[in-house]
Each structure stands twice: as structure tokens, then as C-alpha cells.
Design a protein around this ligand. Sequence first.
Ligand code: BG6
Length: 457
Amino acid sequence: MSKRVLLGAALSASQCEGAYLEDGKGLSICDTVPSKNRDFNKLYGAPTHDFHYPTHTAVDFYHQYLDDIKYMKDCGIDCLRFSIAWSRIFSTDNMNQPNKKGIDFYTKVIDALIESGIEPIVTISHLEVPYYLVSEYGGWENKEMIQHYIAYSKYLINHFKGKVKYWITFNEINMAMHFPGVLGVRIDTSTNIEKTKLQSVHNILVANARTIKYAKEVDPNCQIGAMIAYSPIYPYTCDPEDIYKAMSVERETLFISDVLVRGKYPSYLLPKIKELNIDINEDESNDLHNVVDFLALSYYSSNAISVKEADEQSSGNLFGGIKNPYVSATEWGWQIDPKGFRYSLNVLYDRYQLPLMIVENGIGAIDKLENEQVNDDYRIKFLSEHIEQMNYAIADGVDILAYTMWSFLDQVSASSGQMSKRYGLVYCDVDDEGKGTFKRYPKKSFYWYQNYLKNRK
Ligand code: BG6
């Protein structure tokens, strides 16, 4: 292997920071979603005392970041992929008034990472759209959102020029097609949900492309990408109907990466754009030609799909499918498929011939803290098998820039709101009600990763 892949870990602002209204931060949509009976397609009102909202305290990274970065240094990670909370920077819809305390916090985080020899990989928007943009503007279906996002991304790019080399404009854009609410795509007031979703994705893609254009002008040395959640869709049988269905479902993700990488909509999407009368003007089409330097992706599981009904279903971060008898699954029914990881990396690299950055890969599990230790052998198995398959993919010729496992710390689960669905290398003592000491305990997987990083060739 000639080129060294950056190996690290990931976090996301709303899932780890807490301090949800501290130092001038505004409300974000995820701050309004309670821990129980979560419905991402509904716009909740402002938080009330009747519910627990897991992002309000999360795992307190906002106050403990310096100690957490010490753990990162001790672990030996090359890079940290994390996100900036948009609502901490622009807490009101005044695009000329960034929150100084918000930017100061991220400056301190980035400086501490750099001093610790850890490369920051920064996601600009990760499931954390300011609440006012959804309640007042209706979210991403409204083109006003593009301007707001660009004011925000430009501000970050200017501010961190020379410090941040790797940017990711958006987390998992294809989530808009499956869990639109988490991305700030409002469907509860929509009269045509398919149109709302596709128009919103288009507006996000325009915001992405214009940010890339700007970043390249201001800081030609930066590398900027955008992200999809990737889960290969296997046809459940060799019935041609199943094969075709699998291809069609996969295209619901690939049309987005096609635009990100190729700068235009693929031919298979054009009939849908016409049918739904999606508003795409000439300037926007031209701007889409500003393409990513790398494609970022998450990989948690594979899915199997059929045109026929099945007895047993599987789950996943995007959607579920039919339970695949050849692979195991997590306690939440996400199918564990390391070989599918090698397969996915090959599929995406064959399609795009562009470096890939794997920015999430991990297992959500119920961990037990006993005598201040967590023996998470299942996590070690998951990570070691996936890293092994990634190494095979590299030997297959796939160009990989970085791999950041999910996640460095335990964090609030994005889908379930649980703390008990843990992904971290470091246990955080917080429960599903937000109670606990908030103390950190490196798990067995932390020491396994530390050893792997130290001894890699
Ligand atoms: C990804 C998201 O889809 O899946 C993360 O980008 C999320 O934010 C991760 O945490 C795991 O999903 P969950 O719902 O188990 O937290």
C-alpha cells in the first residue's frame, strides 16, 4: 500500500455537544424532538418540561472537549470527523450576525485537534438545521434556504481557511428521500411529498455546488466533498423482477452521488424531474458543475429487496428490507455485512473513479459498564472485519482518503434518541433519560483501535 489512509473516528454536534441553548446557540430541529415517540415527519413546537430531549445535554462534549481530545490523542487517531452546529453559528435568521461565542468554541476545538496532531474533517451540516429555517421558511423546499446555507458555509470557510483542509458540505443527503424531517425537509405541510423531497434535494445540491465553488476560490488547497448513506441493495432472488427493483431502489441514492460527482442529473432521473415539475433554473444547472473532490459515505449494513412479501424484515439507517439469511444483525436489526463493505467500495469507485472517504461505520449495541470497564468484543469484531474488508478494497485498487469509525464517544442515537444504543470507543455515563455522571470510560475497543493504529504498516 503506497498511500497511507487517514484512520480516525467521528462525532456529530447535535449528538455529542449538549449545551443546547448555551452561549447564544439557537434551537435546531433536533432539539425539538423528544426522546420518546419520535416522529421525524412532524414539526414539533418549542421544547416543554413534559418531555426529555436527548440533544439538550447529549454527552456534554461542549464542556468536556479538551479531555475528550486528550483521549483521542491517546488513542492515536489521525483525524476526527465532526460537525459544526449551524444553530450555534447563526442562531437567528440574520445572515450578517454570526454568534461569536459559537465560532470561538469551534476554533478552540480545531486548535486543540491540530495541536494534538489530529486532522479535522469538518461537516458543515449534520442533521441539525436551525429551527427557524424550518418553521419560518418551510425548510429545504424553499430556495431561500440556499442563501442561508451559503452565508453559513462561506463564513466557516473564511474563518477556518488554512486550518481545515477537509470539508464535507452535508451529511447523508439521500436521507432526505427516506427521513426528510431530520434534514430539514418539511413534508407535514406538503401537498405532494415526492415533489417536496426532490425539490429539497435539488436545493441542497445547489447549496453544495455553490459552496464548493466558493471554497475552491478562497482556499484552493482545501478538499471538499459531500456525503451519502450507502447501503448496497441486493436482489433477494435472481428473479429479474427482484434485480430490477434492487437497481431502482439503489438509484434513489445514486442519483444524488451522480450529481455530486458528475455535475448533472443522470438520464434515468430526467422523466421524474419533468413529471414532478421540479424548479431547476439555468444558473443552478450551471452551478451543479462544481463537483466534489471526494465522495463521503457511511456504511453500516446491506439490504436485500424483493418484489414479493417476506416473513422477516431487516432494518437500517436508511430503510430496511428482507432479512438476509447469510449475514447476522445488530440488536436493532441492522444487517452486519463486512464483505458488503468491500463490495460497496468497489461499486462506488468503479462508478466514479474518485477518492472515497468513509466517514461512518460502526455498530450500535447495548454496552455494560462493569467495574469501570466495557468488554465490547462485538464492536472489535465489527470494526476489525470492516477494516479488513476496506484493506481488501484498497488492494482491489479503490482509492480511499480516510476512514472514520462511528463514533469516538457514545452519542445520542439519531434515529431512536437513545443513549443505550451505543457506538463509541469511549463509554459516556449517561442514560436514556439524560441522567448519569457524564464520566468517560475507554472501552476494550478503544485499546484495540489504539493498538491497531500503532502497529499498522
Ligand atoms: C447515520 C447518521 O445515518 O447513522 C448518524 O449520519 C447516526 O448521525 C448514524 O448516528 C447511526 O444511526 P443511529 O440512528 O443508530 O444513531
